[in-house]
Design a protein around this ligand. Structure first.
Ligand code: UDX
Ligand code: ADP
Length: 485
C-alpha cells in the first residue's frame, strides 16, 4: 500500500521532530501533525522559527524547508484522520496519578482517546502506528477499540485497520541526528503488507539492514528495555561516583577504565545529577509494574532499584550543598546553572534540577536560576512555587532577611554579587567557559562551586580561591584519614 497522507496525533517532542524528518525525506507524502493544544500548534506555525514550541538543534531549519509544502501543523484532528492512509499516535503517556498502578503504570487515557478518534473518523484502510512510549500490549488496546467500534459505522465508512508498533529511540538534544542516522528502526506487527508500507517510508533514508521487524509485543518491550538498560548504566555510574567521593577515587577515571572494555563500552557513563527526561523513570516504572503484575517480584525489585538510586542520588546532592555551606543555606544566595534535564533541549520533565532546587528552597536558600532555553514560566510550573520577582532587584542587605525563594536570571555575571555558591546542573556549552577569575572576585567567601556535570577543570576554580566539589571526584580526599576513621 502506497502511503500518500500521514496524520500524526501529538505535536510534541516525539511527533514534531519525527514528522519533520519524514516530510523532509519523503517529499511525495503529505504530513499533517495535529494537536488539540491550540497554543502549541500556533507556535509550530509561527513566522519566527525561533518560536517553535520545542528547542532541538537543527529542527527549525528542517521545519522551515518543509512547512507549507508537505508538512502542516493544525488542530483539525478529525479532518486529518479522515484523509490519512497512515496515522501515528504520538501523544503523551505519563505515569498514572491515581487508581490501579498509580505511580507506576502509564496512563493510557490519551492513547485511548486517540484510538477512539481514529475509530470514529478514519475512512478506508488505515495503518495505525503507535509511537508513544507505552507499556507492553498497548497495541492490543488500540486494536480492540478499532475493531470493537460500531461495526455498522465501520461498514458505512468502509473502514479497516492495521496496528503497528514503531517505538521512537530519539534522544532529545540530538533528535535530528538520531532520526536521520538511527542505529535501528523497529517495527512490530503481524501484517506483512502494513509492515512493508512503513518500512518503505523509512527506507527512503535508512539502510534496509537497520530496519528490524519483530512481533508487536517484542517491539513494545524492546522500547521499555532499551530505556531501562540506559538508565541502569547511569544509576550504576552514579552509585560508583558516590563511592569514589568517599574513598578517594575519581569516577571519570573509573569510567574511562571500564569503558575501554569493549563489552562495556564508553557511552552513557557520565556521572551527573541523576537522570531526568520523560522516558527513563516512566519506562522503568512500567517494567516494575508489569513484572509485579506477572508475578515476578524479584525482577520488579531489581529495576525499581535503578529509580530509587536515582532519587537518592539527587537528594544526596542537595544535602551535600547544605553540608558544605556550614549546614545551613537559609538566606544564602545560590546560583543554579541549568534547569533542563540535559543540554540542548528546553524540556524539563523529571529534570534533576527540579528536585534539587525544591530541596534547597525548602532549606531556605535564595536561588537565582539560569537556563538558556527554559522560561521562568516553565520553572514556576515545575517548582510549583511563584517566582520572587523582587528577589533579583533587592539590595544585598534586604536579601539577607529573605528565606526560601527563587527567581530566573538572564546572565550569570549580572546576578553573581555576593553569591555563596554556584551549582551546575545542566551541561550547557556556555558553562564550560565561564570567566572564573571575574566571578571569584564577586562572590562572598568562603564561596563554593558545585559541579554536578563535570564541566569544569579543578585548576580553573581552585586557582581563584573558590572551593570546588565535583560529582564523583574523591581525589582530593585524604585517603589515609578516611581509612583510619
Ligand atoms: C532517552 C533515550 O536515550 C532515547 O533513546 C529514548 O527514545 C528516550 O529516552 P532522552 O531522555 O531524550 O532519551 O535523553 P538521554 O540522552 O537518554 O538522557 C537521559 C538522562 O540521562 C538525562 O538527564 C541525561 O543528562 C542523563 N545522562 C545521560 C547522564 O546522567 N549520564 C550519561 O552518561 C548519559
Ligand atoms: P512526547 O515527548 O511523547 O512527544 P509531549 O507531551 O511533548 O510528549 O507531546 C504530546 C502531545 O500530544 C501534546 O502536545 C498534547 O497536547 C498532544 N495530545 C494529547 N492527547 C491528544 C489528543 N487526544 N488529540 C490531539 N493531541 C493530543
Amino acid at each position: 500500500m502506497e502511503i500518500k497522507n500521514i496524520c500524526c496525533i501529538g505535536a510534541g517532542y516525539v511527533g514534531g521532530p519525527t514528522m519533520a524528518i519524514i516530510s523532509y525525506k519523503c517529499p511525495n507524502i503529505q504530513v499533517e501533525v495535529v494537536d488539540n493544544n491550540e497554543d502549541r500548534v500556533n507556535q509550530w506555525n509561527s513566522e519566527n522559527f525561533d518560536n517553535l514550541p520545542i528547542y532541538e538543534p537543527g529542527l527549525a531549519k528542517i521545519v522551515k524547508k518543509c512547512r507549507g509544502k508537505n508538512l502542516y501543523f493544525s488542530t483539525s484532528v478529525e479532518n486529518s484522520i479522515r484523509k490519512a492512509d497512515m496515522i501515528f499516535i504520538s501523544v503523551n503517556t505519563p505515569t498514572k496519578k491515581k487508581g490501579i498502578g498509580a505511580g507506576m503504570a502509564s496512563d493510557l487515557k490519551w492513547v485511548e482517546a486517540c484510538a477512539r478518534l481514529v475509530a470514529n473518523y478514519a475512512e478506508g484502510h488505515t495503518i495505525v502506528v503507535e509511537k508513544s512510549t507505552i507499556p507492553v500490549r498497548t497495541a492490543e488496546v488500540i486494536k480492540s477499540i478499532l475493531e470493537g467500534s460500531d461495526h455498522s459505522t465501520n461498514k458505512i465508512k468502509n473502514s479497516t485497520y492495521e496496528v503497528l508498533s514503531n517505538p521512537e529511540f530519539l534522544a532529545e538534544g540530538t533528535a535530528i541526528n538520531d532520526l536521520l542516522y538511527p542505529d535501528r528502526v523497529l517495527i512490530g506487527g503481524e501484517n506483512e503488507k502494513a509492515i512493508m508500507s512503513l518500512s518503505n517510508i523509512y527506507s527512503n533514508w535508512v539502510p534496509k539492514e537497520k530496519i528490524i521487524h519483530t512481533n508487536i509485543w517484542s517491539s513494545e518491550l524492546a522500547k521499555l528495555t532499551a530505556n531501562a538498560f540506559l538508565a541502569q548504566r547511569i544509576s550504576s555510574i552514579n552509585s560508583v561516583g558516590a563511592l569514589c567521593e568517599a574513598t578517594g577515587a575519581d569516577v571519570r577515571e573509573v569510567a574511562r577504565a571500564i569503558g575501554s572494555d569493549s563489552r562495556i563500552g564508553s557511552k552513557f557513563l557520565n556521572a551527573g545529577p541523576g537522570f531526568g527526561g520523560s522516558c527513563f523513570k516512566k519506562d522503568i516504572l512500567n517494567l516494575v509494574y508489569l513484572s509485579r503484575y506477572f508475578g515476578l517480584p524479584e525482577v520488579a525489585d531489581f529495576w525499581e532499584g535503578v529509580v530509587k538510586l536515582n532519587s537518592w542520588h539527587q537528594h544526596r546532592i542537595s544535602k551535600l550543598v547544605v553540608q558544605k555551606l556550614f549546614g545551613t543555606v537559609t538566606g544564602k544566595k545560590i546560583l543554579i546553572l541549568g534547569f533542563a534535564f540535559k543540554a540542548n533541549t528546553n524540556d524539563t520533565r523529571e529534570s534533576a534540577s527540579i528536585k534539587i532546587c525544591k530541596d534547597l528552597i525548602e532549606e531556605g536558600a535564595l536561588l537565582f536560576i539560569h537556563d538558556p532555553k527554559v522560561s521562568s514560566k516553565q520553572i514556576k510550573a515545575d517548582l510549583q512555587i511563584d517566582e520572587d520577582i523582587y528577589l533579583k532587584s533587592k539590595s544585598e542587605s534586604q536579601i539577607t532577611h529573605a528565606e526560601g525563594g527563587w527567581c530566573a536570571i538572564e546572565t550569570i555575571t549580572s546576578s553573581i554579587d555576593n553569591a555563596d555558591a554556584i551549582v551546575i546542573l545542566t551541561e550547557w556549552k556556555e558553562y564550560f567557559d565561564i570567566d572564573w577569575e571575574t566571578i571569584a572576585t564577586k562572590m562572598r567567601r568562603p564561596a563554593w562551586i558545585f559541579d554536578a556535570r563535570s564541566v569544569l577543570k579543578d585548576e580553573n576554580i581552585s586557582n581563584f580561591g573558590l572551593n570546588f566539589w565535583r560529582v564523583g571526584d574523591g581525589s582530593k580526599n585524604n585517603i589515609s584519614n578516611l581509612l583510619e576513621n
